[in-house]
Each structure stands twice: as structure tokens, then as C-alpha cells.
Ligand binder design. Structure first.
Ligand code: ADP
Ligand code: ZN
Length: 623
């Protein structure tokens, strides 16, 4: 028996390997994929925790092809089902979807195909799946052609704490109750432990094997830039410099906190010649859909958005995610930046951050009408994020540590690793700053406080006779920019807080006392002066190593992209459904001269080889 099972295992893995190559065009599994595919194909339940870009879809798509019957994939992302199904069809897989966006006759046709046992994979919106008539249909299918598995994508939607909560997701336990023999695989890219526990409980996955991958995103370069306090350069100018230097033709997302800022920023970028579009929940659904569609189907579109734009942005070649405002938490930062570089090619996570952000985020939390308990949690989350922003350690390491994962640090490509940041003993400066706050009555904003420390005589100083204070002019040895950095870090570190009643004036907190008394030291990061600098040699080197930035000038690269766009338009699919950038890049670098050579390129399975092999070979020959 054991022998037989080994034989069965051998046979299975061999077939899985074969399908991986023939259908998907990949030469090997990534990370946990192989174990997951084997487990689910053998009928086991699984909970898969894998970061965005980790390769989750394969974990249910391959078992779907290995097992008898149709695989039912539950997904909340109606807008994306079409693209997912198109992508599968390109691979020669018989796939379809059922959701409310469809015409009645279309969905009748899909149902008929299901009944005939024609489909290998069907994507279903949760509300459709839960309809009694559909469950009854599934029962019939189970008796006939069979159900290969249930895949529950974006499984974190069962959690009411995330903003992707879908009440219908909680009813999905019905699958287990009515189809106990059909394996279930739940998948999510949400890294935090409480959500994971909630998924297990809510979906009754106690028995499921858990596959937890590393949540590191090695291809994302995290970078946090300080906003220029003198306001000589605005944050959006800083953004533009970043775009000009590194993303002149790339697709990316710019996150802003408010709808108004989204619209203003999109307008401004447009006026500066960038192909930018706005996206927020206040826009008409038709406008939102149109903008999302352009972002997905065209190349080089910049989406300026609130966090309403997010879950299920499956576009693999988002080359950057920029934050003009602070996210709300580390979870938010990880998720939002995680939308970059799904294809594994280098991508940037860039954020501009300043004292104003700290003050306004704190204010927003304090003035909201959430219960005090909730506010407390949110404050802690914000503090963790601020600590991350001010950290001088490797970003990958700091980020992962927050999610309970070890990382050796020294990634060699985040801002802190590329340009190591000094810390300095700022105890004395902190004492000056804190006592300046105290002596001026704990009601002034940072601009005035710095004027007093620098000993500037101006109307406001005279009006309050602050030139007579002992702190007046004691801080002349430190520049204005550095003072501003000190204040930002004191607020971020919780020594100072903004007083809502005093219109955001700063006041001392309990933590300030030991500093003032000389009982505690304060070490701060030494910010690099904000100048719209060109990227450093080290940064350019890091990019060139990956061979991505360099190709943007290669005419052959443009010719390959043009061919891809032409084919995509012909078929009404996004270009990445034809070939991912990574596949195109490999074609460019290896210049296959025959179909056989073409078939060795990652991402070129048999169906795509047949359909597009000649077209791309012709492009190569023309050069
Ligand atoms: P996720 O859903 O986890 O974000 P996807 O399933 O979209 O990730 O896969 C991310 C990228 O990795 C896609 O471009 C996909 O084609 C690619 N990919 C997945 N598995 C493999 C593999 N075994 N070998 C090569 N590329 C892979
Ligand atoms: Zn690093």
C-alpha cells in the first residue's frame, strides 16, 4: 500500500511538473507551490498564506487540471474575473466565470457548459455561489462530472477588521457542510496573525494544512524621503523628480489620503504631461471602471488613488507605488506597497513623509468618533508605522519583524541599506526643543518654535515677547531643517503631541519629563537634506544589475512591446495576458531563434507558443 502511494505520488508530481511546463510554461515550482499542489491534488484542505506576487493562483489552477471535475473558484473581484478567465483561456484551459456583471444568456451558456462537464475552472462571485439554486446545481455536478476543488481566494475577506470585509464570505462554511469530500483551498496575502486565525475559525479550516510562505518582497525597494520643511520643494515636486528619474514610462500608483488630494494631484500630474488618472470612492462607478480599465489595459498609466483602489489590482507590472500621505498602519503600508512588482521584476515603494503628516494623522485618529478602545489600537498601529518611517535599519528587516518574521537585513537596496543613516545623540537638542515648547506655553506650532530657538525677531515673537525667554536663540548652532527633523522625530517618538484644541500647537507628553530632567537620552536619525537629487550611483547600479531599467532605451524592447499591444488589442485583453514583462524581457535577452528555443522561455506554454511564437520570432528576425 505504502509502495503504491509512493508510486502514486511519483506519478502525480511528474504530471504536475509536466503540466507546469506545458500549460504554464514554467520550468520549476516556486517556494511552497509544489507541496501545496501535491497536497490539494491528493484531496487535502489547505490554507495558503503567500505574499502578493508569490504565485498563489497556480496553487489551485494546477490541482484543478490534475483532478477530475470542475474547480470552483470563489473570488470577490468581479471586475477581474474576466481577465483571469482570459488569461486561462490563453493557456488553453477551459475556464469561465459567473457573476452579476453578465448578461442572462451568457450566464445560461456557462451553466450549460458546467452541466455538460465541459469546464475545468469556473470563477464565481460569493453571492452567486451562495444562491440555493446554484448550490443545488453544484450538487448535481458533483454526482456527475464531479467537483475538483473549491478555492477561496482573498480569504481575508471573512475578517471584519480589514476594509475588504465581505459578509457573504462568512457563509462559505456551507461548502464544507454540503460537500465534505471536496477539498478546499483558501488563499490570502494578508500577513498578520489575527486575520489568519479568523480565517481558520470562520471558514472552519481547523483541519486544513497551513502553508505559510515568507512575506518578504525582495524585489521591492522601500524608500522613505523626508518632505522638505521649507516648502521650497513641494511633495508633489519631489514625486515628479522621482518619476522623471526612475519611472518615465512606467505604470504605477500614487496613494493620497483624501479624495480632494487625489483629484488635485491627478490634475497636476496631467498638467505636467503625465498620463495620470484619479480613483476614489466618490467618483461615479462608470468613471472608476473606465479609469481602472485604462490602468490595466494600457501601458504607463499612473493611477492617483485613495485606498479604495486596491484589492485585486492584478496588474503584474505596476513598477512603483508612491505615498504622498502616510498610510494608517504597517499592515496598510505593506499591502499598498505590495501592489508593486507582482511580476518579480524590480519595483519601487516610495514615500514622502513629514511632520505635517504625523500631526494630521494623529489629529484624525483623535478626533474620529470611534470608541476609545479602538482609537487606542489605531494609535499603536500608527506609532509602529512612525517608528518604521524613522528607523535607520534595513526596511525589509523592520517591516518583516513587525509581522513576526526574521530577515537578515542588509538587503542592499532599501534607502537605509543604500545610504546608511547616522544617528546622533540629540539629548541636548531635544531638551532645548521640549523646553521651548514648555516656556512658550504649549500652544505653538513648529514654525514658531523653531523661530524662537533660532532667535529670530519677527512680529509673532514680539507680540508674545518671546525674545525675553531663556530659550530664545539657544538653538542657533542647529539649522532650521535639522530642527524641523528634531521636532518631527519628537512627535513621531511620542515626546510631543499636537493639541487639537490649540489648533495643532504642540504640547508635552509624559515621555518628555525624563528627557527634560536629564534622565533619558534621545537618539535621532540624521536626515539627509532634501534636495531633488539624482539617484545615487549605488541606486543606479542596483537597478542596472536587474537589467530592467536599461532596456527602456532598446528599440527591440519597444518593438516587442508594440507587438504585444497589437495582439492584446486584437483580442480585447490586457497586454500582460499575452505575455508578462518578465517573459518579454527574457525573449529580449535570449533572442530565441526557433520555436523550440522559444518554448524554453519562462511563461511560454504550448498554447502560447502556438499562438504567438511565430509573431514574436518575426519581430526578432526583423532586427
Ligand atoms: P499572487 O496571486 O500570489 O499575487 P500570481 O499567481 O499572480 O501571484 O503570480 C505572480 C507572478 O508569478 C505571475 O507573474 C506568475 O505568472 C508568476 N509565477 C507563478 N508561479 C511561477 C513559477 N512557478 N515560475 C515562474 N513564474 C511563476
Ligand atoms: Zn535594506
Amino acid at each position: 500500500m505504502a509502495g503504491l502511494r509512493t508510486l502514486f505520488g511519483y506519478f502525480m508530481s511528474n504530471t504536475a511538473q509536466q503540466l507546469l511546463h506545458d500549460v504554464f510554461g514554467y520550468s520549476s515550482f516556486r517556494g511552497e507551490q509544489e507541496a501545496i499542489v501535491a497536497h490539494v491534488s491528493a484531496g487535502g484542505d489547505a490554507l495558503v498564506l503567500m505574499p502578493t506576487g508569490g504565485g498563489k493562483s497556480l496553487c489551485y489552477q494546477l490541482p484543478a487540471l490534475l483532478r477530475e471535475g470542475v474547480a470552483v473558484v470563489v473570488s470577490p473581484l468581479i471586475a477581474l474575473m474576466q481577465d483571469q478567465v482570459d488569461a486561462l483561456k490563453q493557456l488553453g484551459v477551459r475556464a469561465a466565470f459567473l457573476n452579476s456583471s453578465q448578461e442572462a444568456n451568457e450566464s445560461r451558456e456557462v451553466t450549460a457548459q458546467l452541466m455538460r462537464g465541459h469546464l475545468q475552472i469556473v470563477y464565481v462571485a460569493p453571492e452567486r455561489l451562495l444562491m440555493e439554486s446554484f448550490l443545488a446545481l453544484l450538487e448535481q455536478i458533483e454526482l456527475g462530472a464531479g467537483i475538483a476543488l473549491f478555492a477561496i481566494d482573498e480569504a481575508h475577506c471573512v475578517s471584519q477588521w480589514g476594509h475588504d470585509f465581505r459578509p457573504e464570505y462568512r457563509k462559505l462554511t456551507v461548502l464544507h457542510e454540503r460537500f465534505p469530500q471536496v477539498p478546499r483551498i483558501a488563499l490570502t496575502a494578508t500577513a498578520d496573525a489575527p486575520t489568519r486565525a479568523e480565517i481558520v475559525e470562520r471558514l472552519k479550516l481547523e483541519e486544513a494544512r497551513q502553508f505559510v510562505s515568507s512575506f518578504d518582497r525582495p524585489n521591492i525597494r522601500y524608500r522613505i524621503t523626508q518632505k522638505d520643511v521649507t516648502q521650497k520643494t513641494s511633495a508633489r515636486q519631489q514625486l515628479e523628480t522621482f518619476l522623471e528619474h526612475e519611472h518615465a514610462n512606467d505604470a504605477g500608483i500614487v496613494y493620497c489620503l483624501s479624495r480632494r488630494k487625489v483629484e488635485e494631484t491627478a490634475e497636476w500630474l496631467k498638467s505636467r504631461g503625465w498620463d495620470a488618472l484619479p480613483y476614489h470612492a466618490g467618483l461615479d462607478a462608470s468613471v472608476r471602471n473606465k479609469n481602472q480599465r485604462r490602468f490595466l489595459r494600457e501601458e504607463g498609466v499612473i493611477m492617483v488613488a485613495t485606498v479604495a483602489f486596491g484589492m485585486g489590482i492584478d496588474k503584474p507590472n505596476v513598477r512603483f507605488v508612491a505615498h504622498l500621505d502616510l498610510p494608517k498602519s504597517m499592515e496598510g503600508y505593506y499591502q499598498e506597497t505590495g501592489r508593486a512588482g507582482r511580476d518579480g521584476l524590480p519595483a519601487n515603494a516610495w514615500m514622502a513623509y513629514g511632520l505635517g503628516d504625523v500631526v494630521s494623522m494623529r489629529k484624525m485618529l483623535d478626533s474620529g468618533d470611534a470608541p476609545e478602545e479602538r482609537k487606542q489600537v489605531e494609535r499603536q498601529k500608527l506609532d509602529a508605522l512612525l517608528g518604521f518611517c524613522e528607523s535607520t535599519q534595513c526596511r525589509h528587516q523592520t517591516l518583516l519583524r513587525y509581522f513576526g518574521e526574521q530577515h537578515p537585513g542588509d538587503c542592499g537596496q532599501c534607502d537605509n541599506c543604500l545610504n546608511p543613516v547616522d544617528t546622533w545623540d540629540a539629548t541636548q537638542a531635544a531638551q532645548m526643543a521640549l523646553s521651548c515648547v514648555y516656556r512658550t506655553g504649549q500652544r505653538f506650532g513648529v514654525v514658531h518654535l523653531i523661530d524662537v530657538l533660532l532667535g529670530k525677531t519677527n512680529v509673532k515673537v514680539s507680540q508674545f515677547s518671546h525674545q525675553n525667554l531663556s530659550v530664545f536663540g539657544v538653538g542657533k548652532a542647529i539649522s532650521q531643517a535639522q530642527w524641523s527633523s528634531v521636532f518631527r522625530q519628537l512627535v513621531a517618538g511620542g515626546y510631543l503631541m499636537s493639541d487639537i484644541e490649540a489648533y495643532g500647537g504642540l504640547k508635552l507628553t509624559e515621555s518628555a519629563r525624563p528627557v527634560l530632567k536629564g534622565e533619558a537620552e534621545v537618539w535621532l536619525r540624521r536626515d539627509v537634506e532634501v534636495v531633488s537629487r539624482k539617484s545615487s550611483k549605488a541606486e543606479r547600479g542596483a537597478r542596472a544589475k536587474e537589467g530592467y531599467a536599461e532596456v527602456s532605451d532598446d528599440p527591440l524592447w519597444h518593438a516587442l512591446k508594440a507587438k504585444r499591444m497589437e495582439l492584446a488589442k486584437e483580442q480585447g485583453v490586457p497586454p500582460y495576458v499575452i505575455f508578462h514583462d518578465s517573459t518579454l524581457l527574457e525573449i529580449l535577452n535570449r533572442k530565441p531563434a526557433s520555436l523550440t528555443e522559444m518554448s524554453q522561455i519562462t511563461g511560454v506554454g504550448q498554447a502560447k507558443l502556438q499562438r504567438y511564437g511565430d509573431a514574436f520570432l518575426a519581430v526578432l528576425e526583423d532586427r
